[in-house]
Ligand binder design. Sequence first.
Ligand code: PMP
Length: 396
Amino acid sequence: MGQLQERYKAYREPQKYIKAGVYPYFREITSKQGTEVEMDGHHVLMFGSNAYTGLTGDERVIKAAKDALDKYGSGCAGSRFLNGTLDLHVQLEKELATYINKDETLCFSTGFSVNQGVLAMVVGRGDYIICDDRDHASIVDGRRLSFAKQLHYKHNDMEDLEKVLKSLPYEAVKLIVVDGVFSMEGDLAKLPEIVALKHKYNCSVMVDEAHSLGVFGKDGRGICDHFGLTDEVDLIMGTFSKSFASIGGFIAADADTINYLRHTCRSYIFSASNTPAATAAALEALHIIQQEPERIEKLWNVTRYALHRFREEGFEIGDTESPIIPLYVHDVEKTFLVTKLAFEAGVFINPVIPPACAPQDTLVRMALMSTHTEEQVEKGVQILKKIFVDLGIIKS
Ligand code: PMP
């Protein structure tokens, strides 16, 4: 047996949960990702999706993807740098720049590769990169790839951030990177305070809008727009894998920074461009989001209803201010058990355990879409209430 096989024979963590019948991952979906899905032979209410605008099954998005498939074929067979740039990619980049309100954007094949590629290149030796300690894994990986000195501060703790900034040379390039909406807990970055610190300590700021596009700001432009701070934020990152009903991501910034990234970003240059179908789907979703502001209105109505109902029923839901609702369990085994019992009762939710959260903060994560109804939410509340009470997590 080889070295690696010998080592990974000992990797038995998942088997423990499979044996106990509570392993919650890699379930197979056999339908579209709507508010109800077919999954592992069950018909379940989908409260684990990031498709906040509810556009993944939209006929117009599907038609745009099909038309692009017919016109351009199934793949681009090369990097944007060489043979992989379609007029569709360029159109999407231009429309996104107008939408986000920055000079230019660059589109990548995933949001993960945006953070990984941009952070690796945008700061370097002698610079500093400062992250919230709950930033997304793609930000963590990106900063690890950069040659900048890596620092972080306690989640949303502005005093701690200021302490870090105070200790750094005023003239040095310093980039603060934050999730606009934190993906597991649903709380927001304190952007006004972060921007004030940017000015006080001579820094730059990058915001990851993965969970805020299509949700916050005018026509879903995100958290920077919501706070009126788009001009103050240097780099804005977004993904197409959530509200934009597709796959891919982008970085938006001033023309000079984008020109630099276009010619240096390794995950942009040394990776094939996004497929025609995925690009066309994101473009169509961008159009619909702007044409139908009532979608976002509906998302917020159902979110407000759910926040109210979970609080009323005594769930611990932390500081969320978004369609992501964490239901705290504070125990890994019980978190898996809640997920399993909910699934069997017809509700799909995501378990969140370390490293996606602190060990003591395990939770199940509910996420809402514009297409959810209050009746569906109410059914979810009732089912989850019974499970949480039966397991002694909350009182009846
Ligand atoms: N940033 C955040 C905050 C995310 O939650 C995610 C995806 N879960 C990403 C980046 C990566 O995006 P993508 O799915 O497009 O790779």
